[in-house]
Design a binder for this molecule. Structure first.
Ligand code: BG6
Length: 501
């Protein structure tokens, strides 16, 4: 039986892209499943002058792809209310509190409130302080703050932002979204690690040679050129999503699967990620920017020709690098990461590359034998998206005479149906926030450590002008990304475009 949750959602930025693309469809899915039903209401706020009726039309529009019935549409959207709101105007928070109190009574919400800031971070402080000064938090029921990235643009600004919201909300009330943590296969990392003795016992520097994390996107910057040009791939993807994946792979087993225990282990892991000196940055990290490219009869513009982007921009659209974790478990194991726009294909995957067998006993005997000098390394691959599943390469004997080693791949994929029906990342995260489960949200200490690691890279890069563009749209990134591993005697396991090199 699903337990119905009661809450008032106050969405700041209710007319925005995120609300329409992610939040309303996710709320609708929860509504359909009965996880929210009679006892919920939504107040959307934004500057525009909209009526409740118009707002409901917009919400209807945003859930069309989920094919709601007329009845579902009417019922669902009847819970939505709109307030035109200037975040700097105290009077308007007074009105907001009145509407909130009325809805609380009408829908019997028991004082539960979820403040969702789907807006630019410069407004987080002013909104939080008004929520406090105008008493919009209730004394009965819960009050929680859900916020979106980017959480600051460096450690200093993130700390300032955190001080502002922490003056109003305690850490337990703050839910910082990293939508990767809502993805099915990211959550599966813990199951694979801690549910399988065969992996957890090998999960350390004695048996793992290197770990590779790729977050490749085939899209360019689309209509977000203005934002992206100020951010770049390092801040857009590495500071948050990639370092979160690193933390999940590197953390010690928590004693129990609770939000507190998991986050505490992730914090410890992130604090052990080495903050590089400028020379170490130059050795361990490379960046790229895409130029024009043609693939499968499609022509792609170069980054500098994209809308909203400076024509001389030196913003990176690609990053590859090596993180080192200075602790007992991971000493000497490189965590190679890469992410970029306009790469060969969309694919998020993790490759755990195990060490070679200590000795190749099949080499040099009299019978026809393994031709290559070494036995292929075992690789555990976790496919995050678009395909979901995992695979493990093992070595066996090739059928027939002689004794050739034949690597085989054990492959498991979630069925298309299971993937289709699995809840979307935002749906899971909203539900978690309603339940007060912070496991899949980032703690301030995680954010702080990630920024310190990333700031060191950014500051070194900012002292030199890169030679951009340096990779062709539609490829797996610049040469220097391949060289980065080659100089360690390794290579990227996933190379969908070998033809290009
Ligand atoms: C966002 C970034 O956080 O993640 C985007 O700002 C990026 O630039 C997106 O496209 C990728 O998310 P996903 O879920 O499509 O892998």
């Amino acid at each position: 039986m699903t337990l119905e949750n009661r809450a008032l959602f106050i969405i700041f930025g209710g007319t925005g892209d995120l609300a329409r693309r992610k939040l309303y469809p996710s709320l609708f899915r929860l509504f359909r499943k009965g996880q929210i039903n009679k006892h919920f209401a939504v107040i959307g706020t934004a500057r525009r002058e909209w009526s409740d009726t118009f707002f409901r039309e917009v919400v209807s529009e945003s859930i069309q792809s989920l094919s709601p019935t007329q009845r579902e549409l009417e019922e669902f959207t009847s819970h939505f209310y709109y307030q035109s709101h200037n975040v700097n105007n105290t009077e308007e928070y007074v009105v907001l509190e009145k509407i909130a109190a009325e809805l609380d009574r009408a829908y019997e919400l028991k004082g539960n409130r979820l403040f969702y800031l789907a807006m630019a971070p410069q407004f987080f402080g002013v909104i939080s302080s008004h929520i406090k000064s105008e008493n919009i938090m209730t004394e009965h029921g819960f009050s929680r703050l859900v916020i979106e990235k980017p959480f600051g643009t460096d450690y200093k600004s993130a700390k300032k932002l955190n001080n502002e919201i922490s003056a109003v909300f305690s850490e337990e009330q703050i839910f910082r979204i990293d939508h990767y943590l809502g993805k099915e296969m990211i959550q599966n990392i813990s199951a694979i690690r801690f549910g399988n003795t065969i992996f957890e016992s090998l999960w350390n520097h004695k048996y793992i040679d290197n770990i590779q994390i790729t977050l490749a996107e085939s899209i360019g910057v689309e209509e977000r050129g203005g934002y992206y040009d100020q951010s770049g791939a390092l801040k857009d993807m590495v500071q948050n999503h990639i370092l979160q994946v690193v933390a999940l792979l590197a953390m010690e087993p928590p004693t129990i699967f609770s939000d507190e225990a998991i986050r505490s282990e992730k914090i410890t892991a992130l604090q052990a990620v080495r903050v590089y000196s400028p020379d170490e940055v130059k050795d361990a990290f490379v960046r790229g920017q895409y130029g024009t490219g043609d693939k499968l009869q499609q022509h792609f513009k170069g980054y500098r020709e994209e809308e909203g982007v400076d024509t001389l921009s030196n913003t990176e659209t690609f990053v590859a690098g090596k993180f080192l974790i200075d602790n007992f478990r991971w000493t000497g194991v490189p965590f190679y990461v890469r992410t970029g726009k306009r790469m060969t294909e969309k694919g998020t995957r993790i490759n755990i590359v195990f060490k070679e067998s200590p000795i190749n006993i099949f080499r040099g005997s009299e019978t026809p034998i393994q031709e290559a000098n070494s036995i292929p390394q075992n690789v555990l691959t976790i496919f995050i998206q678009p395909t979901e599943g995992f695979s493990l390469t093992l070595n066996g004997k090739e059928i027939g005479d002689g004794f050739n080693i034949d690597p085989v791949r054990l492959d498991y994929r979630h069925s298309a149906e299971a993937s289709e029906n699995s809840p979307e990342a935002y749906e899971k995260l909203i539900l978690d926030a309603l339940k007060g489960d912070a496991t899949n949200f980032t703690h301030w200490d995680e954010v702080a450590s990630s920024w310190k690691v990333v700031d060191a890279i950014r500051q070194t890069w900012d002292k030199e002008i890169p030679n951009f563009p340096n990779y062709t749209a539609g490829t797996m990134g610049p040469e220097c990304s391949f060289d980065l591993l080659e100089k360690d005697g390794k290579q990227w396991v996933w190379q969908p475009d070998e033809w290009y090199r």
